[in-house]
Ligand binder design. Structure first.
Ligand code: ATP
Ligand code: MG
Length: 445
């Protein structure tokens, strides 16, 4: 992308309405604009990051054997009356009446709709196990929308639903989700800790929330710091293996980690003191096993191997895709701006031309731009007639992980400068080497 042609409305001033750094930076970097309380437009760069996250979520869900689909945002109230949640959900539900006087609602989640699809289309144990998911906008009329996309009213969420013949099979689906979520967050450059949680209005027995540690998080969390050493890495996962998924769950849920809702002081005090940590966290996902709650209420049954009709065991599993962008920025920024992890950055390489209009500098930048584009390295080229300082400030603010600086002086010696946004380190090298180095950095991403 050429900066001169892009829509990147950067704010010089710090917006006064933003209380936390991710919200401030998303506004300043021209990623989002508020349209009304808790509702945002995603400008091109914000939208690009949202798509990147969405792709990672899809890839990891498909790898786990879950099927992507798409359900509508508007739902009929009748299904929610069947489950009893039309009344229970309260003021967070946005209720709408259509021209025929039918009660509709903007979906805050999709258990009822997916259960309806299931019961109308699946009759036999032979079609199980089955996990369906979608990534769709949700609406919850939060009492206090705040912190930008972190607690919006309209937000983008992945929600998946497993259907299994019995509890054991559903618990395997639960573990499979836990493992796929660990991989998802790790790929985004985040450390998200599964913590034992409370089940709330969805209801259920088994549930974990995934929390990213951050001072601005809304939840208080208590954990054994040993959990910070765990890593999924690039180990092979066989999602069909009940033992392997259970072992990974065991590994990640053995060290103590709980939110204030389920915190147990006695267990916590048993951890060696130097490993006992209390801090704050941002909830970026949650998994639930809730058994036959919805299948009983909505009569979703299948014939089992013995020819008997039995209710299916279900769970639901969510990832806050739009909230994740805030969480990533909370976890990765400095006083100059965002520092994108390579896997989610909107642009992979920034090109700064120190002397726009200088024939040699322009040609060198053009050449870099063409080559990086051809390699899929998605460069953003600051080709504006601006001072060098302003160009650096823009690249730092928008958080591009690698910057190539091109100027007449360096070009005389045949070199450009490659700079890491994270460490600030710069190395001089030929343009060809800079391209090769960037290709190498992004090869595994
Ligand atoms: P919270 O406790 O933060 O209100 P929740 O537990 O009600 O969230 P879930 O039903 O578990 O939310 O939804 C799955 C995920 O969607 C959450 O883990 C969170 O990351 C995200 N999410 C929920 N509410 C919002 C919101 N208002 N704005 C942005 N993301 C949200
Ligand atoms: Mg939750």
């Amino acid at each position: 992308m050429r900066m001169s042609r892009y829509f990147l409305p950067i704010l010089k001033e710090t917006p006064s309405e933003a209380q936390i750094v991710s919200h401030r930076l998303m506004l300043r970097a021209g990623m989002i604009r508020q349209s009304s309380a808790g509702i945002y437009s995603w400008l091109p760069m914000g939208f690009k990051v949202l798509r990147r996250l969405e792709n990672i979520v899809h890839e990891e869900q498909i790898r786990a054997g879950h099927h992507p689909m798409l359900m509508p945002t508007l739902q009929s109230a009748d299904l929610w009356r069947e489950s009893g949640r039309y009344e229970d959900y309260g003021d967070e539900m946005l209720r709408i009446t259509d021209r025929h006087g039918r009660d509709m609602l903007y979906g805050p989640t999709n258990e009822e709709l997916i259960t309806d699809i299931f019961r109308n289309n699946v009759q036999s144990y032979k079609d199980l196990p089955l996990t369906l998911y979608h990534i769709q906008w949700k609406f919850r009329d939060e009492r206090r929308p705040r912190f930008g996309v972190m607690r919006g009213r309209e937000f983008f969420m992945k929600d998946g639903y497993n259907f299994d013949i019995d509890k054991d099979a559903a618990l395997h689906a639960y573990n499979r989700h836990l493992v796929s979520y660990l991989r998802t967050y790790e790929r985004m450059g985040l450390k998200a800790i599964p913590m034992r949680a409370d089940s709330g209005p969805i209801g259920g027995d088994d549930t974990h929330e995934f929390l990213v540690l951050a001072d601005t998080g809304e939840s208080e969390v208590f954990y054994d710091s040993a959990i910070l050493d765990l890593e999924m890495g690039d180990r092979e996962v066989d999602y069909d293996s009940v033992e392997q998924c259970a072992a990974i769950k065991e590994e990640w849920t053995t060290p103590y980690a709980r939110t204030d809702e389920t915190h147990d002081a006695t267990l916590f005090d048993a951890i060696p003191e130097e490993r006992r940590k209390i801090s704050r966290g941002i909830e970026v996902g949650q998994i639930f096993y809730f058994g036959t709650k919805y299948s009983d209420a909505m009569n979703a049954k299948v014939v089992n191997e013995d020819g008997k009709l039995v209710p299916v065991h279900m769970g639901s599993h969510g990832i806050g895709v739009s909230r994740l962008i805030g969480a990533i920025i909370e976890a990765s920024h400095d006083d100059k701006g965002i520092i994108w992890p390579e896997a989610v950055t909107p642009f992979r390489v920034g090109i700064v031309n120190l002397k726009q209009g200088d024939a040699e500098a322009d040609a060198a930048c053009e050449n870099l731009y063409q080559n990086l584009t051809a390699l899929g390295l998605d460069p953003i080229y600051d080709d504006r007639k601006e001072r060098a300082g302003a160009k650096f400030a823009t690249m730092d603010l928008i958080g591009v992980p690698w910057r190539i600086t091109v100027g007449p002086r360096g070009l005389k010696n045949g070199v450009v400068e490659l700079t890491s946004r994270k460490t600030g380190e710069s190395v001089e090298m030929t343009p060809a080497d800079a391209i090769a180095r960037c290709a190498e950095i992004y090869a595994g991403v």
